[in-house]
Design a protein around this ligand. Structure first.
Ligand code: NAP
Length: 324
């Protein structure tokens, strides 16, 4: 396989995981760009990275760079997507890929015009267990899909030094964790939901702290999603069919699912892939897409999910400063 030269734009928590994923495959990041130069230097030393830019903009004009990984806060993504895609770079951008559908449409058009791959770093689309479950579902052993139940709750302090509740850093449950729940829903539904109802509770900082969402598509497949950024919940996804149901644990990076068959109640445990290799699967799929071998990046699902999140926030009347 061709070796691609990856640059990271951002060197926080998740960029460390990407660096480690590349190293686990015997590769390495080629370069690092970051707002705070000192942190980029320390990151480069930690991982033995060849190149550190003085200024972020240098990454876009570096001819050696094939793929840029954007891992800065959500509201900064579009600014960097514009520059990276216009410069002809392939981009793997952290979730949520943009603030809203309007920004995403603009990025998709830029990627098309410049003949490059644009993808969201959504682990769900790359974990082997999801591909395995799709094979089982396609075999019809579980029958017809009826409904999905998906909860995601993590407890975060009301700390404005981090991005979670900070409106100026596009905080809130929807863009931070709702994107996972809705990507899970979209993966299994046979088509995009066309009916959506929701309720929201705001944090003292004005971002969505908690939400309940009810979805249905034209095939009458239904889903419920309950999100919270201030109450822990098990990360369990439930997919119910007329002949059985599937429970998938730690679903953003899941490796194990249990199927319960309705007829006699017997269970079957499915294991596929490894949680701690999540970013490796993502990197492999991205490189295969860039090489033109196969496109498993699911930008179509990313777009559907962004449309749902945009519609829901519009109904709440919740806007970020960039949207006012
Ligand atoms: N896929 C996953 O499993 C996963 C997990 C966690 C996060 N994420 C996503 O990854 C992204 C980053 O999250 P994180 O947890 O890694 O964040 P983090 O640790 O806070 O790191 C944020 C990075 O963005 C930079 N940054 C912050 N504000 C900026 C601004 N206004 N302009 C330019 N750069 C800025 C920071 O630079 P400085 O060094 O200058 O502060 C730092 O390099 C988010 O989109 C998040 O949703 C994904």
């Amino acid at each position: 396989m061709i070796k691609y030269r990856w640059a990271t734009l951002g060197c926080g928590v998740i960029a460390n995981q990407l660096a480690q994923a590349l190293q686990a495959q015997g590769s390495n990041l080629y370069s690092v760009a970051n707002r705070t130069h000192d942190k980029a230097v320390a990151f480069a030393e930690k991982y033995g990275i060849e190149k550190v830019y003085e200024d972020i903009d240098e990454v876009f004009t570096d001819d050696n760079v094939d793929i840029i990984y954007i891992s800065t806060p959500h509201n900064t993504h579009i600014k960097y997507l514009r520059k990276a895609l216009a410069a002809g770079k392939h981009v793997l951008c952290e979730k949520s890929i943009t603030l809203n559908s309007q920004e995403l449409d603009e990025a998709i058009k830029l990627a098309e015009d410049n003949h490059v791959i644009l993808a969201e770093a959504m682990t769900i689309y790359h974990m082997p267990i999801y591909k395995k479950l799709n094979e089982i579902i396609a075999s019809d052993i579980l029958g017809e899909l009826k409904l999905l139940q998906m909860n995601f709750g993590s407890y975060k302090e009301y700390d404005m030094n981090n991005r979670f509740f900070n409106r100026n850093l596009a905080g809130g449950a929807m863009l931070d964790i709702g994107v996972y729940a809705l990507s899970f829903v979209r993966w299994f539904l046979s088509e995009k939901p066309d009916q959506i109802l929701s309720q929201v509770k705001y944090a003292p900082t004005g971002v969505d702290e908690q939400a309940g969402i009810l979805l249905k598509n034209k095939k009458e497949e239904m889903a419920t999603v309950i999100l919270s950024l201030h109450a822990k919940q098990p990360k369990r996804g439930l997919i119910a069919f007329d002949k059985g149901y599937v429970e998938l644990y730690e679903y953003p990076r899941g490796q194990e699912a249990v199927i319960t068959y309705t007829k006699d109640g017997h269970t079957e445990t499915i294991r596929e892939g490894e949680t701690n290799r999540a970013l490796e699967y993502e990197v492999l799929d991205m490189e295969a897409a860039v090489a033109g071998e196969k496109d498993d990046m699911h930008l179509d699902y990313t777009r559907d999910v962004m449309d749902m999140m945009t519609q829901i926030r519009q109904e709440w009347g919740m806007r970020y400063p960039e949207e006012e």
